[in-house]
Design a protein around this ligand. Structure first.
Ligand SMILES: NC(=O)c1ccc[n+]([C@@H]2O[C@H](COP(=O)([O-])OP(=O)(O)OC[C@H]3O[C@@H](n4cnc5c(N)ncnc54)[C@H](O)[C@@H]3O)[C@@H](O)[C@H]2O)c1
Length: 302
């Protein structure tokens, strides 16, 4: 692929760092905007142009017009499931509108937005397809759905590619992030502590490995059209099963602290990826056991 100038918001975060490294390795010129509320600048490749800033800041446009990106990946978000409403309004809604406006002013050609299974709320039919009704039950889910709708408003200016991720996990995920159950389980078990399970532990998730997610993001550059795709594995795993498998790989006994269920948390998540396969030629490549083993190895190196 021809070398492109690409701007990644939230590029210092968990998925962002994997994406940026992958795009730099492919020969592209990268710029990152991140407020470092969660992300770490230190782990970015040296040739990346880094701008510390808030996506909701009206001055963001100056960075965009200076960089002139052909493609924009918008990952910056407050992605805590139980996040304060004001923060999701600012970072995820005003922020997304502001990034879209800046991308338009800079004449970007492609806009890739990272959305979430949270837009569906408690889904009624499984596996969840792209046409399943969206009924978010958290401020985060509402903010992601609103972000998607703003993307659609800008489709006459550039292709907007919306990827809705299931639960992403892998090396480099913060174990303090409330969404990162895999990272939390691994860090607790490695420390010989008991992880917390909210509710009965029978809630299911669809865990997709970060390298597979990055592959889907990179494939978006090759397809010249707007779309909305689910990115998951079509494999449902209960939180208890996840704990059991993680404990087995770490050689620890299965023990946990049980707390009451969190109302904002969805009970079941399972994504169909047929449309992603048809549109991008994408399918998940990494089994949960392999992905967990790679993640555990990375945590042990820390
Ligand atoms: N990790 C998952 O399981 C998952 C699932 C579905 C969707 N997503 C989406 O993928 C994207 C990346 O997720 P991640 O797991 O890498 O999260 P992350 O929290 O590790 O990364 C987000 C980055 O955005 C930055 N940021 C936050 N608010 C900002 C703001 N207002 N201005 C500028 N920078 C800001 C943070 O410092 C961080 O580096 C997010 O949009 C998230 O909603 C993630």
């Amino acid at each position: 692929m021809k070398s492109k100038t690409i701007l990644v918001t939230g590029g210092a975060g968990f998925i962002g760092r994997h994406l940026v490294k992958r795009l730099v390795d492919a020969g592209h010129q990268l710029a990152v905007v991140d407020n470092l509320s969660v992300g770490q600048k230190t782990s970015l490749p040296a040739k990346v142009k880094f701008f510390r800033g808030q996506v909701e800041d009206p001055k963001l446009v100056n960075i965009f017009t200076r960089v002139r990106p052909e493609a924009v990946y918008h990952l910056a978000a407050d992605n805590r499931v139980v996040s304060p409403v004001k923060s999701t309004l600012n970072s995820n809604i005003i922020g997304t509108y502001n990034v879209l406006t800046a991308a338009k002013k800079a004449r970007a050609r492609q806009f890739i937005f990272t959305s979430s299974a949270a837009v569906f709320g408690d889904a009624k039919t499984f596996p969840i397809t792209e046409t399943h009704p969206t009924r978010p039950i958290s401020p985060y889910g509402i903010s992601k759905l609103t972000g998607e709708q703003y993307c659609q408003l800008f489709q006459s200016h550039f292709d907007t590619k919306i990827l809705r991720f299931a639960n992403v996990y892998g090396p480099g995920q913060s174990s303090t992030s409330e969404g990162g159950v895999v990272a939390i389980f691994i860090s607790k078990l490695l420390a010989g502590e008991k992880p917390i399970i909210y509710g009965n532990g029978l809630q299911t998730r669809d865990f997709v490995f970060v390298a597979d997610v990055v592959e889907a993001l990179v494939l978006c550059l090759k397809v010249q059209q707007s779309f909305t795709l689910n990115i998951g594995t079509n494999q449902a795993v209960t939180i208890k099963q996840l704990l059991k498998l993680t404990a087995k790989l770490i050689d620890q006994r299965v023990a946990f602290i049980q707390k009451s269920a969190r109302p904002e948390e969805i009970k079941k998540s399972l994504f169909e990826f047929k449309l992603a396969n048809k549109t991008l030629g994408w399918r998940p490549q990494t089994s949960l056991a392999d992905g967990l083993a790679q993640t555990i190895a990375a945590f042990k190196k820390k």
